[in-house]
Design a protein around this ligand. Structure first.
Ligand code: ZN
Length: 113
């Protein structure tokens, strides 16, 4: 039996939805019955608990400070064709509990300030 290589730990500032919260959402959304709009496969999705952040486009640069609106979301990826769905963790109320449980950050992950 071969041993799986261990993954390096995630960066400590990465915010994740607690697995029980994510699993509850996916069950409520009935993810196993959802059909991919691109390839038609049903319920063949990959996902994880990492919250990604969508920011305005700064022509390849990085903007720091000021009021920069961001959208936190989890990704749901079709394992057959790679189509990616974004689920807002604000609308689904998966974000606030996560932030409440995190140590203070130098930057507010909800709005970039
Ligand atoms: Zn697909």
């Amino acid at each position: 039996m071969s041993k799986q290589p261990s993954k390096p730990p995630l960066h400590p500032s990465i915010i994740q939805v607690p697995m029980e919260v994510l699993n509850s959402y996916l069950k409520q959304a009935n993810i196993n019955s959802k059909q991919c709009m691109f390839c038609g496969t049903i319920g063949n999705y990959s996902f994880n608990s990492i919250i990604y952040e969508f920011r305005p486009f700064f022509r390849g640069g990085i903007a720091i400070g000021g009021n920069i609106p961001t959208v936190p979301a989890i990704l749901i990826i079709c394992k057959n064709c790679g189509d990616i769905r974004f689920i807002s963790t604000i609308i689904t109320q998966m974000t606030p509990q996560v932030i409440a449980n995190q140590p203070p950050q130098s930057k507010d992950p909800l709005n970039g300030r």
